[in-house]
Design a protein around this ligand. Structure first.
Ligand SMILES: Cc1cc2nc3c(=O)[nH]c(=O)nc-3n(C[C@H](O)[C@H](O)[C@H](O)COP(=O)(O)OP(=O)(O)OC[C@H]3O[C@@H](n4cnc5c(N)ncnc54)[C@H](O)[C@@H]3O)c2cc1C
Length: 307
C-alpha cells in the first residue's frame, strides 16, 4: 500500500530541513526522503563561519543536528531512501524509491548539487584509493602523508586549510594564476607553512598501483610537466546538479531547476516546488538554501489550501 503525506521533501540538506520546519509547523504531514546522509553538503563541512546567528561559527554537524531537531519538533518524519522517480498524477504526486512508493499532495525538491569529477583517465579507478571529493569525510586517512587539492574556489581553499592540519604537505593546484576564493581565505592559506600553491597547472595524469602515489601536473602556459608525490587528491573543481531523475521531467538549465518566481519557487510541474542549490540561481549558500526552504514551505501551504 502506498504511504500518503501532505508533502514529501526530497533531500535533507539545509533547504529540505528549513522547508520541513515550515510545513511541519503548519501541521502538514511531512516526510523527508534522504538518499545519503542527513544534512547534505553541510554535514561534510567542518566549520561554517558565515551563517548568521553563530558569532564564532558552528560545525556543519551541529548546525544540521539543530535544524533536524527543530523539524522533528514540528512532526517531520525522515526516511533514508534514494528517490528514483517522480510521477505527476494530477493533484497527487507519486514518488518511487528502491523499496517503496509514496503519494504526496505536494513535493519539494531539495536535492542540492554534488562535486564535479575532473574527467581524467583512472579517476574512477582511484576513487576511495586516493581520489576523494570531500576532505572532512576522508582527510583523516592521509595523516602525515602528502596530498593535493585541485581547484581555486572557496571550497578548494577550505579543503586545503582543513587538510593542512592533518597531512604532511598540501599542494593546492589551480589552472589559473588568480583565485575565486575570498581574500580572507587566500590570506589564511598563504600563511600556512605546509601548503604549496601551484598556479597555472592542470592535473594531467594520476599514477600509482593499487593506491594513488603521484600526480603529473602540466603547466598551461609552457606545457612542461612535473610529477609530485601525493597519496591523496581532493577534487574541488565545481558542482553539478544532483537531480538526474528529474532532468526530462522538469524545466531546467543544465540540470538546475527553473522556478516560477522568487515568491513561489514552483517548478514547471504544478504542486512541485524546488529549494536550495538544485535551483537555477546565482548564489548557492546555506543562508540562501534556508531562505528557499522557507519560501517553498510556505508556498506548499498556499497550494494545499487551494486543493
Ligand atoms: C565542502 C563545502 C563547504 C561549504 N561551505 C559552506 C559555508 O561555509 N557556508 C555556506 O553558506 N555554504 C557552504 N557550502 C555550500 C552549502 O553547503 C550549500 O549551499 C547547501 O548545503 C545547499 O543546501 P541544499 O539543501 O540545497 O543541498 P545539499 O546540502 O546538497 O543537500 C541535498 C541533499 O539531497 C540529497 N539527495 C540528492 N539526491 C537525492 C535523491 N534522489 N533522493 C533522496 N535524497 C537525495 C543529498 O544526499 C543531500 O543530502 C559548502 C559546500 C561544500 C561542498
Amino acid at each position: 500500500m502506498k504511504q500518503e503525506y501532505d508533502v514529501i521533501i526530497i533531500g535533507s540538506g539545509p533547504a529540505g530541513l528549513a522547508a520541513a520546519i515550515y510545513t511541519g509547523r503548519a501541521q502538514h504531514r511531512t516526510l523527508i526522503l534522504e538518499g545519503a546522509v542527513l544534512g547534505g553538503n553541510v554535514a561534510i563541512t567542518d566549520q561554517i563561519d558565515n551563517y548568521p546567528g553563530f558569532s564564532f561559527g558552528i560545525s556543519g554537524d551541529e548546525l544540521i543536528e539543530n535544524m533536524w531537531r527543530q523539524a522533528q519538533r514540528f512532526g517531520a518524519e525522515l526516511k533514508y531512501e534514494q528517490v528514483l522517480q517522480l510521477e505527476d498524477m494530477g493533484t497527487g504526486k507519486k514518488i518511487v524509491t528502491a523499496g517503496s512508493e509514496y503519494l504526496a499532495k505536494a513535493v519539494i525538491v531539495a536535492v542540492g548539487a554534488k562535486r564535479k569529477k575532473m574527467g581524467l583517465a583512472k579517476e574512477e579507478d582511484f576513487m576511495g584509493r586516493g581520489v576523494s571529493y570531500c576532505a572532512t569525510c576522508d582527510g583523516a586517512f592521509f595523516k602525515d602523508a602528502p596530498v593535493a587539492v585541485v581547484g581555486g574556489g572557496e571550497t578548494a581553499f577550505k579543503e586545503a586549510l582543513y587538510l593542512a592540519g592533518i597531512a604532511a604537505q598540501v599542494y593546492l593546484i589551480h589552472r589559473r594564476d588568480e583565485f575565486r576564493a575570498s581574500k580572507t581565505s587566500v590570506d589564511r592559506l598563504l600563511k600556512e607553512p605546509n601548503i604549496i600553491v601551484k598556479t597555472d597547472k592542470i592535473v594531467k595524469e594520476l599514477r600509482g598501483g593499487d593506491m594513488l602515489n603521484a600526480i603529473v601536473l602540466e603547466d598551461v602556459k609552457t606545457q612542461e610537466t612535473e610529477t609530485i608525490n601525493a597519496e591523496g587528491l581532493f577534487v574541488s573543481v565545481g558542482m553539478v546538479a544532483a537531480g538526474e531523475f528529474l532532468e526530462n521531467l522538469l524545466d531546467n538549465e543544465g540540470g538546475y531547476l527553473k522556478t516560477s518566481s522568487d515568491q513561489m519557487l514552483e517548478t514547471s510541474m504544478k504542486g512541485v516546488f524546488a529549494a536550495g542549490d538544485i535551483r537555477s540561481k546565482n548564489v548557492r549558500q546555506i543562508a540562501t538554501a534556508v531562505g528557499d526552504g522557507a519560501i517553498a514551505g510556505m508556498s506548499v501551504s498556499e497550494y494545499l489550501k487551494q486543493l
